[in-house]
Design a binder for this molecule. Structure first.
Ligand SMILES: [Zn+2]
Length: 128
């Protein structure tokens, strides 16, 4: 039972949903949400807690998994210059598609693209 509750809770959180102890009881029939969250954190899931007020005014812990891609900018892998700042996932996808400086599967900044020896060869061949 423990395993399947844990898996259910994890996929719920990974779906971008939040969970309070009361919702956990309702949805996953567990009274030990805190323990499940602790187990998941032990396994490396970066589950966050924030305090929220219920309708009755009581403060309870709400758990959620932040989407890492929304929080961290993308850096050029070669010179670590910031390529794309934090964006919504949807917007980032379109930005990434539009990003012109790709070397193989790497997205790099314009400077690194210009300096890449293979690219230089291509451009020399094109010019010849
Ligand atoms: Zn670069």
């Amino acid at each position: 039972m423990k395993e399947s509750q844990e898996t259910q809770i994890l996929s719920w959180l990974q779906g971008g949903n939040t969970l309070t102890p009361l919702e956990a009881l309702d949805r996953f029939n567990t009274l030990r949400l805190g323990g499940r969250i602790w187990d998941l954190r032990e396994k490396g899931y970066d589950i966050k807690t924030r305090m929220v007020k219920t309708r009755s005014g009581k403060e309870v812990a709400e758990y959620y998994l932040p989407a890492p891609s929304l929080e961290k900018p993308i850096f050029c892998p070669r010179c670590t210059r910031e390529l794309i700042p934090s964006l919504s996932e949807e917007k980032r996808d379109s930005e990434v598609d539009a990003w012109p400086f790709r070397l193989n599967n790497e997205m790099v900044c314009e400077e690194c693209f210009e300096d890449d020896p293979v690219e230089l060869e291509y451009r020399r061949a094109d010019a010849a």
